[in-house]
Design a protein around this ligand. Structure first.
Ligand code: SF4
Length: 353
């Protein structure tokens, strides 16, 4: 076991730093409730604070509490989440709100076990809700905290390894104070997000640099160790923008997988030739008036790259017999309905206006 840093001195130093440099006026820190903390924590997973702020404000405006969220449709939740990515977060949030409504009369439960039984809430998120929302002592271990602790203690192994993660949970628990728990939790998250950042941490300004192993040993660039990843595979799709006047055909994607439950344009595998596209259209009784290739683009997801070749197909008649097994709608470009639509599809829709 590593030599422990004196915990009282560490938390006091962190709290003093937080008072001077921490973020204390974020929207979820104002009128703080467990519900607002929970929504913010879910939105902040894999996402920067500045990106989250407008989404959070819009979401809270529509659904001020868990009961409001429980009463709405998944479609409306996905609509407000459109562009934020990682859509399973939104679906889980909605499912969890319904369970909270059924099991706890709309009140967020205030214990670790009950919180972790809700969809999308892991141990660290549950800890953050307890600490920041209920002022109850609970450790957290998000990516920022992992980075701070691995550097402070000079832990050179990959933090995602189970044994290392267990060790980090023990350290997180050890350092979590009984007093000022909400401020401490926000402080250590802010410390990792703004000072002890991934590349080029600001060690010269760091109030704990004298006790930081990584800094003292010149290892801040090596710790935390990055996950060894294989090269991401490439997938290629041709997107069919089937347009009739001011309407475009959209299909609802299956609930799981990439953009699950969101509305996208029909797609066919690989980079289709004009002949293959015409063959597809013929098969589905699509009357092509005009066919135009739009600029291709690429998106990267956690486990693959996606190459997209969009094709705008103007129809002479709205007689598509096709794809009856799929939920589909004619999306009005001038009067868009409230649907969950991924950001790249949204950009294409806007470009057609
Ligand atoms: S000295 Fe540098 S690496 Fe160590 S905790 Fe401070 S900012 Fe992070």
């Amino acid at each position: 076991m590593v030599k422990l840093i004196e915990k009282q001195a560490f938390s006091n130093t962190l709290l003093s730093w937080f008072n001077l440099h921490g973020r204390q006026h974020l929207p979820w820190q104002i009128n703080k409730t467990p519900y607002r903390v929970w929504v913010a924590e879910i939105m902040l997973q894999q996402t920067q604070v500045n990106t989250v702020i407008p989404y959070f404000q819009r979401f809270i405006q529509h659904f001020p509490d868990a009961s409001d969220l429980a009463r709405t449709t998944e479609e409306q939740v996905l609509h407000l989440w459109s562009g934020l990515g990682y859509y399973s977060r939104a679906r889980n949030l909605h499912r969890a709100a319904r369970l909270i409504q059924q099991q706890y009369h709309g009140n967020i439960p205030d214990n670790l076990v009950a919180l972790q039984q809700l969809p999308g809430i892991g141990k660290s998120t549950a800890g953050a809700i307890l600490a920041c929302g209920f002022n109850k002592r609970a450790p957290i271990l998000d990516g920022n905290v992992k980075r701070v602790l691995t550097r402070l203690y000079g832990i050179a192994e990959w933090p995602g390894k189970k044994s290392v993660e267990n060790q980090l949970w023990q350290l997180a628990d050890y350092h979590t104070p009984s007093q000022h728990i909400a401020d401490y939790t926000q402080a250590i998250m802010d410390f990792g997000a703004t000072l002890c950042i991934r590349s080029h941490p600001q060690c010269q300004q760091c109030p704990v640099n004298a006790i930081c192993c990584a800094y003292q040993q010149g290892l801040t660039a090596q710790i935390p160790q990055k996950k060894v990843t294989n090269r991401l595979p490439m997938r290629t799709k041709t997107w069919l923008l089937l347009r009739y006047r001011q309407q475009l055909l959209l299909q609802k994607r299956p609930p799981t997988g990439i953009w699950g439950g969101l509305w996208c344009v029909p797609e066919i595998p690989e980079q289709a030739t004009p002949a293959a596209i015409r063959q597809f259209c013929y098969q589905w009784h699509i009357d092509i008036h005009d066919l135009q290739f739009l600029p291709a683009f690429q998106r990267t997801f956690s486990h693959f790259h996606l190459n997209v070749f969009p094709v705008l197909i103007t129809l002479s008649k709205k007689t598509i017999k096709c794809m009856e097994d799929q939920q589909q709608i004619w999306y009005n470009l001038r009067q868009p309905p409230a649907l969950g639509i991924p950001a790249p599809v949204n950009s294409l829709l806007r470009s057609l206006l």
